[in-house]
Every structure is written in structure tokens, then in C-alpha cells.
Design a protein around this ligand. Structure first.
Ligand SMILES: NC(=O)c1ccc[n+]([C@@H]2O[C@H](COP(=O)([O-])OP(=O)(O)OC[C@H]3O[C@@H](n4cnc5c(N)ncnc54)[C@H](OP(=O)(O)O)[C@@H]3O)[C@@H](O)[C@H]2O)c1
Length: 262
């Protein structure tokens, strides 16, 4: 899996963003049924000039489709939506959240495993899951997810979930790594000045150095490009500690972050 991906939430017309990203070094696109832009992802991938096999595409099934049959149908429709880049599969497919109750999310998860066996999906993961939701998968005797995608940035570090994922070798993808654009924090701005970077780059670099896979979203070409210019410099450990100290637990979340649902 690439170490950084382009988020496309709230960008229904994301073909151009995908194309710009892929032409400028990105190799991962994070979409979802809920974003209603899988067709646009396929268009952008198709127009990028990058071979499909070198791109990692993710989608997610929403909890309103958490029955076995509806999830299987959702995956098939998602694959059809990629038609214009002639892709017959997703690299990663997630249950979008743990909402809907235990029976429903396990039924959806089983459908994803079967879709994987059918070749429609290369790997199966979850999103917005707390440890207890992932333990249900283990207790049901099912293959464990390869990814848990959760809200993650210095203000919302979700340490218990991250620790659980590390112990279980589950890759942690960081969504909303730019705090949805709320970047006017003194610590972040001072570090941006110190390293001659912008605030978004500081947050993305923090995420990478913490071992997460950040998924910054932008629809603006110059930001898409700068958000990926984070691989040839480091934040010093003392400065990482200053960012770590911004954690406000659940209070720091800026999205729905439904990791505690029953
Ligand atoms: N699994 C889930 O439940 C879930 C939930 C939320 C998000 N996600 C995924 O994670 C991705 C990222 O999260 P997100 O979209 O919520 O938020 P985000 O990436 O933290 O922030 C996006 C916001 O930051 C702005 N921005 C981007 N680059 C910037 C830069 N260099 N300088 C200043 N502002 C910048 C964007 O505006 P412009 O577009 O105008 O640049 C946009 O308003 C989503 O797109 C989606 O793929 C998943």
C-alpha cells in the first residue's frame, strides 16, 4: 500500500483532482459509496496515464447497506463505476463505520470477504472501528482486517485504537489529517515557519512519522502537489513531541468519528 493517498470526500467532481494527483506522484485514491464519486475516480485514473496496476484504489460501503446481499451488490456496483479505467477490482474495500449493530456489520464484512474471494476486492478493511468492533471479527472466526481508517491528527490521536491496531498488525489510515483545513494553531504555524513548510505539510509529515497512512483531501492542484512534498525532510523528535502534546482526545475530533457505537 502506498504511504499517502488522496482523499476525495466532498469532491463529487474529483476526476481532475485524481488526474493531477496521479500525474504528480500519488498512487492511492480514497473514495466511498457515500461520496458519490466512484465514476469520477475511474475517469481520473483512466486519464492519468498511470497504469491501473500501479494505483491503489479504495472504496467503502455505508452502513445503510449493511446486509450481506446489499453489500455484495454495492461492491459489484462500485467495480462497475470504475468502468472508464477498465478496472475489474478495488485494491481495498472498507466497511465505512461500525454503525448498524453487530449482526449487520458482521454480515457486511462477510460479504466483503466473499467479494475478495471472487476477485472483486484485493483486501478488506474497516473504518471508524474501535477495538471491540474488530474483536467481534476475530470472535466470529473471520479473517482480520488489514486496515482501520480513523480520524487522526495531532488534536485527535485515538491512542487506544492505534495501540490495538499496532499490536494486531492492522495498518492505520489517517483521515482528516489536515483537521479539515483548521490549521491556524500556533504550534503548527511556528513549526511551519521553522521548517519552511506550510501547515498542511507539517501535519502530513507528523502523520507519516507516527506510522500512519495519511489521506489528505484537496481539490486544488497546487495543494494536491504540495501535500505530497513530504518525503525528503523530517520533523525533529522535540518538535514531534510538541505536536503530540496537542492531543485533546475525543474533544479534538472534527468529524463524525463514530468509534464508540454499540
Ligand atoms: N472513513 C471516514 O469516515 C472518513 C471521514 C472523513 C474523511 N475520510 C477520508 O479522508 C479524506 C481526508 O479527510 P477530509 O476530507 O475530511 O479532511 P482533510 O484532508 O483533513 O482536510 C481537507 C480540507 O483541507 C483543505 N486543504 C487541503 N490541502 C490544504 C493545504 N495545503 N492548505 C490549506 N488547506 C488545505 C481542503 O480544501 P481544498 O479542497 O480547497 O484544498 C479541505 O477543505 C477524505 O477526503 C476521505 O477520503 C474518511
Amino acid at each position: 500500500m502506498p504511504t499517502l493517498g488522496l482523499g476525495v470526500y466532498l469532491n463529487e467532481e474529483c476526476a481532475d483532482a485524481c488526474k493531477v494527483a496521479l500525474k504528480n506522484g500519488y498512487r492511492m485514491i480514497d473514495s466511498a459509496r457515500f461520496y458519490e464519486n466512484e465514476v469520477q475516480v475511474g475517469v481520473g485514473v483512466g486519464q492519468s496515464g498511470v497504469k491501473r496496476k500501479n494505483i491503489f484504489i479504495t472504496s467503502k460501503v455505508f452502513h445503510s447497506d449493511f446486509t450481506y446481499d446489499r453489500t455484495m451488490a454495492a461492491v459489484k456496483d462500485s467495480v462497475a463505476n470504475l468502468g472508464s479505467c477498465k478496472s475489474s477490482y478495488y485494491d481495498l474495500y472498507l466497511t465505512h463505520s461500525a454503525l448498524g449493530g453487530k449482526d449487520a456489520r458482521l454480515a457486511a464484512y462477510k460479504a466483503l470477504l466473499d467479494a475478495k474471494a471472487d476477485g472483486l476486492i484485493r483486501s478488506v478493511g474497516v473504518s471508524n472501528y474501535g477495538a471491540k468492533h474488530i474483536e467481534e471479527i476475530r470472535e466470529a472466526g473471520l479473517e482480520m482486517p488489514v486496515v482501520n481508517q480513523i480520524e487522526l491528527h495531532p488534536f485527535c490521536q485515538q491512542k487506544p485504537i492505534v495501540e490495538y491496531c499496532r499490536k494486531n498488525k492492522i495498518i492505520v489510515q489517517a483521515y482528516s489529517p489536515l483537521v479539515r483545513g483548521a490549521l491556524d494553531n500556533t504550534v503548527i504555524q511556528e513549526l511551519a515557519a521553522k521548517y519552511s513548510k506550510d501547515a498542511a505539510q507539517i501535519l502530513i509529515r507528523w502523520s507519516l512519522q507516527r506510522g500512519f497512512v495519511p489521506l489528505p483531501k484537496s481539490s486544488q492542484p497546487h495543494r494536491i502537489i504540495s501535500n505530497n512534498q513530504v518525503f525528503d525532510w523530517n520533523i525533529e523528535l522535540t518538535d514531534m513531541a510538541k505536536l503530540d502534546a496537542l492531543d485533546r482526545g475525543k474533544e479534538g475530533a472534527v468529524t463524525w468519528n463514530p468509534v464508540d457505537v454499540d
